[in-house]
Design a protein around this ligand. Sequence first.
Ligand code: NDP
Length: 477
Amino acid sequence: GTAQIGVSGLAVMGRNLARNFARHGYTVALHNRSAERTHELVDQFGDEGTFVPAESAEQFVAALERPRRLVVMVKAGGPTDAVIDQFAPLLESGDMIIDGGNAHFADTRRREAALREKGIHFVGTGISGGEEGALNGPSIMPGGSPESYQALGPLLEDISAKAADGSPCCAHVGADGAGHFVKMVHNGIEYADMQLIAEAYDLLRHAAGLEPAAIADTFRRWNTGRLDSYLVEITAEVLAHTDAATGRPFVDVVADEAEQKGTGRWTVQIALELGVPVSGIAEAVFARSVSGHTDLRAVGGRLSGPGRAALGADEAAAFVDKIEHALYASKVVSYTQGFHQVQAAGAEYGWTLDLGAVAGIWRGGCIIRAAFLDRITAAYAKDPQLPSLLADDGFAAEIAEAQDAWRDVVATAVRLGVPVPGFSTALAYYDALRAERLPAALTQGQRDFFGAHTYRRVDRDGVFHTLWSEDRTEEQQ
Ligand code: NDP
């Protein structure tokens, strides 16, 4: 074979990845279950590079130089297994199957283990950036073995997005499912970022009393500072847009029921299993869920509360700046929680992770790309063992500076009756970490009372139980 890389599954994502490889000078073998897509690609884009179309799995495998690199870009779940089962018997030791679909990392771990027995490298790879990213440079999060990355990394780095400093938004994340895991957490953080921006918008509108066009200007201004990011940039675009049919702000004619495809939910489910508090991501998932419950929201008309009277003009101007502080501080907390989840998964699944490099991958190509990610890379470069991003002096100092404003924003939102689950859960997490004593001591007492679940003491080692229903003496277990 002559092709350096092959792509099987030529719907939007696979087609654009194949074109991206070809535009970078690679010879690309093409395959799809139904051959029409393969021919369509060659007909429409054949002049962009060198393609080797294959009608069958056998032809496709034969078209590839060894060790073979097969990118599978099909529907996640059953279809991915079907395609793997089709190719695996045709491959030889050292060949690589790269799954670029949105697989659940547990499936990736299972597939990697099964293929490893046959000497085949299975490289579960998170790819972010949608169609446009696939064509012009996505953010790429490959898992799998370090050996496979040696053979594959240079190609993936070539076609990936590039950060502002020119470095590729692609790096080997860790063994087996690490790539897909990190992609999942990326999506969870994306949910949290979007929720925080939504709360900032809600407060700019209903507390500061600004109209969408003015709010768009506010986000544009914020986008020149520490909040500089793709999501803040598109927020301004969406808010500035006017509906052609009605002449009203676009944001006012869109039904306020947010949908989800499920990766945010996965992130929270896995966090619960790992015992990692990702409250920012969880609140974001739940906020979308609440918005979609029209049945519950119909009850709201009968519930009393403040009427969201905007602040006075003099207070409102200062409040806008305070919202920026609240948004930034809450964002730092969300990322802190997301990175904690990645770190905990590394310990659980035996991945050697470079968390600074993970932040680096996200600097371009993906939805959460932001200037701010450089700061995270720098924090982990300074101390790779950082137990939490909040332990970094730089972030701690910024939050120290932001926190009076942050507290005022949450308090004002509560007073006005504007829901800010993201801002307030982030602040609660921050204050929980700061607390010298948590009421968890009382929780432990209750658990011991009703279930003899035992407790530890602050002053002595050991495990204890109080005989609550007898004479309340304490026993050491
Ligand atoms: P789809 O998820 O719509 O999948 C369509 C492709 O899967 C077609 O090539 C189809 O072949 C193939 N396929 C479906 N079932 C089977 C099967 N049983 N056996 C063989 N082939 C099958 O394509 P997309 O391009 O939208 O997405 C591809 C992957 O990338 C998905 O896992 C998706 O989740 C992920 N994705 C990632 C995005 C990102 O930003 N990272 C964005 C969008 C998607 P046929 O033409 O013969 O029907």
